[in-house]
Design a protein around this ligand. Structure first.
Ligand code: SF4
Ligand code: SF4
Length: 151
């Protein structure tokens, strides 16, 4: 069986002002819902050391386009750490994907799944309204195709 993680295709959907604003509004609603859960993140960065933590993050092509539009990853050690993590901190908090926002080590899996499904449905509606297809891929492998090359 092919166990290579799914990688989102090139090119990604174009990030128009309208799509950007709709995703921004969606993320603001999601962040407000998560804040109401009153979970405290110690910002230890462990969960973004994906391989070591055993954390598999997936995202849609629309989320990836928004993430890259906010900030391009600049380095990638290919050791299973998210390329946006720098000295244990996320450098892409504004653009990070639904799965990144929802995951919390103290939140139960059922709650995370339910919140994630709700917001991915909304993401799908944004895509459909703009005539786009939704595809999903694994975060780190998909990002590895967009690392800025030195020189
Ligand atoms: S969610 Fe948990 S593991 Fe992840 S950075 Fe916050 S405290 Fe650390
Ligand atoms: S984008 Fe940020 S929150 Fe998401 S895995 Fe990477 S470092 Fe962690």
């Amino acid at each position: 069986m092919d166990r290579r993680p799914a990688v989102l295709p090139l090119p990604l959907p174009q990030m128009t002002t309208a799509i950007r604003n709709e995703i921004k509004n969606l993320y603001e609603a999601l962040d407000a819902q998560l804040q109401s859960l009153d979970l405290t993140c110690r910002a230890c960065g462990d969960c973004c050391d994906l391989n070591r933590y055993g954390h598999e993050l997936w995202l849609s092509n629309l989320e990836l386009a928004y993430l890259l539009d906010s900030l391009k990853p600049v380095s990638h050690s290919m050791d299973g750490v998210c390329p946006y993590q720098l000295e244990g901190k996320c450098t892409a908090r504004i653009g990070r994907a639904v799965g990144c926002r929802v995951f919390h080590c103290d939140l139960d899996a059922a709650s995370m799944e339910s919140i994630t499904e709700t917001y991915l449905e909304e993401m799908k509606k944004i895509a459909t309204a703009h005539g786009l297809d939704i595809e999903y891929g694994e975060l780190e492998s998909s990002l590895s195709r967009y690392i800025a090359q030195p020189g």
